[in-house]
Design a protein around this ligand. Structure first.
Ligand code: FRU
Length: 479
């Protein structure tokens, strides 16, 4: 049996029952998931692939899992699309992207092979019809040997492919001779023969080391480069430590093949957000999706057979040159039990939950100046709570999942400095059983985190050290 058939059979035989899974976030049917891949529109559906190792709940030689959707909330699982079944990708079909060319769906991915000094990462392609994908016989189509001297042939991965004015372009993450991340650019006329063009962008050492999973796109006249740096050091409250995800506004000069990077911004301040990728929908919306997990902490319960999930797809818009993110508007189709509590006063330490639920879209619009700290706690019962604390004078939002039921001594807290407006702040929380995504002030800043509190813990408690006035709006999500 081929490795692809073997993986498909294993998945069919080990699917996790639906009731144990998040309702509208993409998760693996069984086993391990990391980065989103090949996020694209093909024949009227939005396709998403992902780094997938079905056989256990930790990373292994990655396959490409596959789902598709019409509305980005309900996802249909499709058979595994790629398996590491060639010598050139024996260590994994690593991350990559997709493009529709005529009636074909083209995947470009990194084939990883060998180990130690002999390890190699090269770029390969596969052609498909939305269900079955065939690897090109001339793979790899871009080998590390085509890079200039001194560029790493071992760290060379995660191609993002696009087409512009008759030319195919691909950018990929790479290490330069100083062991710092850079993004390299290739060009092709036919998808099969590629030519090295230039260093598209480079890390001067200010943003971690290796840059993984680049994405390049335009929204109107604005252009952006997303990268996911490894080994990042925080700068004040920006760029939290470890694996990060940030974007540079800038502009691409086709002649020189260079992207001129302006100042970088964080894409998300949470504990679980990495390797984001975007797609453009047929209606012109630019949608971002990311892996909602951290490489550095494993907090899921031991018996859970699936590990990793995606964020909710987010609509991107540009406000004064910066990216704003909002949950896709299709979420509203799944609203149930609409509740509004305008001018709700929160005073002192309340034990009793104000609300209940684990799967919802909740907005807390805070005003008033008779308090310093406001706290909202989710997934509460006698033993558990996961908190967001807003400090009105500093504008800091602090997250704490220490008491969510974690069993490992892992990162549980993080702070995000907001642009608060005289103490008024709008906090929109999208929750799906085990994840929470906070959108501050209509998507100006985001914070993604997972927590695996038993589902029965569904209290939402609020307290404050004075009196806060909150406009509460809540819709359950039944998806
Ligand atoms: C990012 C990453 C990619 C690589 C993939 C392997 O999370 O390290 O650079 O292609 O994961 O699974």
């Amino acid at each position: 049996m081929s490795r692809l058939e073997e993986a498909r059979k294993y998945v069919r035989q080990h699917i996790t029952p639906d009731e144990d899974k998040p309702r509208f976030h993409v998760t693996p049917e069984v086993g391990w998931m990391n980065d989103p891949n090949g996020f694209s529109v093909y024949q009227g559906s939005v396709h998403l692939f992902y780094q997938f190792y079905p056989y256990r709940d930790t990373w292994g030689p990655t396959h490409w899992g596959h789902v598709k959707t019409k509305d980005m909330i309900h996802w249909e699982y499709l058979p595994v699309a790629l398996a590491p079944d060639l010598e050139a990708d024996e260590s994994g079909c690593f991350s990559g992207s997709a493009l529709t060319v005529d009636d074909q769906h083209v995947l470009m991915y990194t084939g990883a092979s060998g180990s130690g000094e002999r390890s190699r990462q090269n770029q390969s392609i596969a052609f498909g019809d939305g269900l079955e994908y065939k690897k090109e016989s001339g793979n790899p189509v871009i080998s590390g040997e085509s890079l200039p001297d001194g560029f790493s042939v071992q760290d060379f991965r995660d191609p993002k492919i696009w087409w512009e004015n008759g030319i195919y372009y691909a950018i990929a993450g790479n290490l330069n001779s100083y062991q710092l991340g850079q993004i390299v650019l290739f060009e092709s006329k036919d998808l099969k023969n590629w030519r090295y063009k230039s260093v598209f962008a480079e890390n001067d050492g200010s943003y971690g080391r290796m840059w993984e999973c680049p994405d390049f796109f335009s929204i109107g006249a604005s252009q952006f480069l997303i990268v996911s740096p490894q080994d990042m050091e925080a700068r004040g409250y920006e760029f939290h430590p470890g694996n990060n995800a940030l974007y540079f506004p800038g502009s691409f000069d086709r002649e020189s093949g260079k992207f001129n990077c302006q100042e970088a911004y964080s894409l998300d301040y949470g504990l679980d957000f990495y390797a984001p990728q975007t797609a453009e929908l047929e209606d012109g919306r630019r949608i971002l999706i990311a892996w909602a997990r951290s490489w550095d902490s494993d907090i899921k319960p031991a018996g859970q057979k699936w590990n990793g999930m995606m964020t909710i797809p987010r609509e991107l818009s540009v406000v004064k040159g910066k990216l704003f993110q909002k949950p896709v508007r299709e979420l509203e189709k799944y609203y149930k039990n609409h509740l509004e509590l305008p001018g709700y006063e929160i005073q002192g330490a309340n034990e009793a939950p104000v609300l209940h639920g684990r799967c919802m879209d909740l907005t807390l619009d805070l005003s008033g100046n008779e308090y310093e700290k406001f706290r909202v706690s989710f997934a509460c019962d006698a033993n558990h709570h996961t908190d967001f604390i807003y400090n009105r004078t500093s504008g800091m939002v602090e997250y704490d999942r220490t008491y969510s039921g974690v069993r490992r001594d892992t990162a549980n807290g993080r702070k995000m400095k907001t642009n608060h407006n005289g103490g008024n702040i709008k906090l929109r929380f999208v929750m799906d059983y085990y994840s929470i995504e906070l959108f501050v002030n209509d998507g100006e800043q985001c914070f993604t985190a997972t927590y695996y509190t038993p589902r029965q813990a569904d209290g939402i408690c609020m307290s404050c050290d004075g009196k806060a006035v909150v406009n509460i709006k809540k819709d359950d999500i039944i998806a």
